[in-house]
Design a protein around this ligand. Structure first.
Ligand SMILES: NC(=O)C1=CN([C@@H]2O[C@H](COP(=O)(O)OP(=O)(O)OC[C@H]3O[C@@H](n4cnc5c(N)ncnc54)[C@H](OP(=O)(O)O)[C@@H]3O)[C@@H](O)[C@H]2O)C=CC1
Ligand SMILES: O=C(CO)COP(=O)(O)O
Length: 320
């Protein structure tokens, strides 16, 4: 049975390369010229250069043609997901939709699965999330991810269909925890990058990461997440990876903010919009999320790093 990967960015391409070693995969990209170039070059030079496509990987610019199978992996950026689902409802009905993006929709503050279900309420949905850089997955390096699916039986099927000898999926029914862990770790990665870029030191980064994790837990548990999920790959695991690696775009955006240098605005950085959405949500819920508030201020240019750190340090002392 064919698996479709929608979105020929770095992550969609990496998943398509990895999965096509064990099953039939079609990678769909919206741009016909880009699809033709990938077909000819047998690599995605624009988004994931130097990662060769296995011979079996099919490329298509026709969504109808690409979605012949039953499982569709959605690897478009979070802020594009609603528009994509809206535009392609007819093709996507009756499919099992596996969201592979991380974040909260800025307008609705919903995570990927709720964005899908608002448009296609009868869909089978799941979320693939956790610590992984596209290049590592495409290179066949060992990777552990979380497959979150509310329907246990479907979760088991997807876990088996999407695991490979190098990509090991762990299963959970806690879609809220997996979704919010993956979304909010990017916000904290921006904060950690900013601390490092501003020269505040590795001790400061460890404090921001740990107190950031406390904020993730606070919001996610309020929304119904299980604490165990947040301690797993989709939460703590991805937080560690993203807050400590210069491969992360969220971390690198933070470093640029801390250094006071420009950052390419076309780069996909999910944590920027998610910081704003999470800050709004925390205010509505009456939750204390000072690091998230600071990141929202940084990405909206309302604060600089020194002011943000001063605000955090001058808060009243409290129990951990
Ligand atoms: N890169 C990574 O290491 C990882 C990424 N992720 C997640 O994967 C998601 C995608 O990120 P990533 O692949 O890295 O991003 P990229 O910036 O590499 O690529 C984004 C892709 O999405 C396509 N796209 C944008 N809008 C639409 C749309 N409306 N319809 C169809 N396609 C669209 C773009 O097409 P075009 O080229 O035509 O602009 C582009 O190919 C993010 O949520 C990210 O957090 C998760 C784990 C790892
Ligand atoms: O989600 C990721 C790692 O798990 C990728 O991180 P960036 O989007 O910050 O590059």
């Amino acid at each position: 049975m064919n698996i479709t990967v929608v979105g020929a960015g770095a992550f969609g391409t990496a998943l398509a390369i990895c999965l096509s070693k064990i099953t039939a995969v079609t990678l769909w990209g919206r741009n016909g010229e880009h699809a033709a170039a990938m077909r000819q070059d047998r690599e995605n030079r624009a988004r994931l250069p130097n990662c060769a496509f296995p011979d079996a990987l099919e490329i298509s610019a026709s969504l109808q043609e690409a979605c012949a199978g039953d499982i569709v992996l959605l690897a478009v950026p979070m802020q594009q997901l609603k528009h994509f689902i809206d535009q392609n409802q007819a093709v996507l009905t009756q499919k099992t939709l596996v969201a592979c993006c991380k974040g909260m929709d800025l307008e609705s503050e919903l995570g990927p699965l709720d964005v899908i279900l608002r448009v296609l309420p009868d869909s089978q949905t799941a979320l693939l999330t956790g610590p992984s850089f596209a290049r590592d997955i495409a290179s066949g390096l060992p990777t552990g991810l979380t497959l979150a699916c509310a329907d246990e039986a479907m979760g088991r099927i997807l876990q088996h269909r999407l695991s490979t000898p190098t990509l090991r999926l762990y299963r959970t029914q806690d879609t809220v925890g997996a979704s919010l862990g993956g979304a909010l770790k990017n916000v904290i990665a921006i904060a950690c990058g900013a601390a490092m870029g501003a020269g505040l030191g590795e001790s400061a980064r460890a404090a921001v990461m740990t107190r950031g994790f406390a904020e993730i837990q606070r919001l996610a548990v309020e929304k119904g997440a299980q604490p165990g999920t947040l301690a797993g790959l989709s939460g703590f695991g991805d937080l560690v990876l993203t807050c400590t690696s210069t491969q992360s775009r969220n971390y690198r955006l933070g470093v640029s903010i801390g250094e006071g240098v420009d950052f390419d605005p076309t780069t996909t950085v999910e944590g920027a919009a998610t910081a704003k959405a999470a800050h709004k949500m925390a205010q509505k819920e009456g939750l204390d999320m000072p690091i998230t508030a600071a990141v929202a201020g940084l990405v909206e240019n309302r604060l600089d790093v020194q002011e943000a750190m001063q605000r955090l340090l001058s808060r009243s002392l409290k129990e951990e």
